[in-house]
Design a protein around this ligand. Structure first.
Ligand SMILES: C[S@@+](CC[C@H](N)C(=O)[O-])C[C@H]1O[C@@H](n2cnc3c(N)ncnc32)[C@H](O)[C@@H]1O
Length: 217
């Protein structure tokens, strides 16, 4: 029997979700919990320039903004970035900026970063090895990468019709990060997302991987 057609969750999908994204208390709580996990994994400071890749509306960057010098919120969804930009303007925040960016398609930005973090976005990026190499290239020597995403699951998180990575096996992702040039790869479990499935409630753990770009150029 032929498999059902699958669909990618593209920028238009996230554009359509953007206006109501921050209404979801689970998304807001996720940002706070991941911000705390990043604080524990990486020493933050006012000299640091950070990139939030797949930032959405900035739910992870707003909690971190007073502990970093500047943060660039990058996303392929213009709708998500419009919401982020409105929040930045309304709150008079001076160290957050937005850019529409798909690093697998667009030219790399000219800046280099002390910290790159990405929350629940890696599973949407088709080529994991390539995006890890790009993150490595965008970090200054000694800079840190933090990736928050789902542990490997059976595809039930998004459902069979959605074409995304089914989370990540930690050992495999660790090998891929090392191959891309990262050292000191560590994992912690930050929280779990509970979802009601046909055969009952199911928990999907979310990890934070932290890694360092070696201190030589
Ligand atoms: C599940 S949402 C997470 C948003 C935000 N990080 C959060 O935790 O609230 C995934 C985000 O990744 C963005 N995204 C997906 N693929 C991307 C890509 N190739 N480049 C940049 N952003 C991407 C989507 O537009 C969306 O905003």
């Amino acid at each position: 029997m032929a498999s059902p057609p699958t669909t990618r969750l593209d920028a238009a999908h996230f554009d359509a979700q953007a206006l109501r994204w921050d209404e979801n208390p689970a998304f807001r709580a996720r940002g706070e919990k991941l911000a705390q996990a990043i604080r524990q994994a990486v020493p933050l400071g006012p000299h640091m320039r950070a990139l939030d890749y797949g930032s959405g509306t900035g739910l992870l960057s707003f909690p971190l903004k007073d502990e970093l010098g500047s943060i660039l919120l990058a996303d392929s969804s213009g709708g998500m970035l419009e919401v982020a930009a409105r929040k930045i303007a309304e709150q008079g925040v001076r160290n957050l900026a937005t850019v529409k960016l798909d690093l697998l398609v667009d030219p790399l930005p000219g800046q280099r970063f002390d910290l790159i973090y990405t929350s629940m976005t890696l599973h949407h990026v088709p080529d994991t090895d390539r995006i890890l190499r790009i993150f490595h290239a965008l970090l200054k020597p000694g800079g840190c990468l933090c990736v928050a995403d789902l542990d490997q699951e059976d595809g039930s998180f998004h459902g069979p019709e959605v074409d995304v990575h089914h989370g990540f096996d930690r050992a495999e992702l660790s090998r891929r990060a090392a191959k891309a040039g990262f050292d000191d790869v560590r994992f912690q479990t930050v929280f779990s997302i509970a979802k009601e499935q046909e055969n009952g409630a199911r928990d999907y753990p979310v990890f934070l991987m932290s890694a360092q770009r070696a201190n030589h150029p």
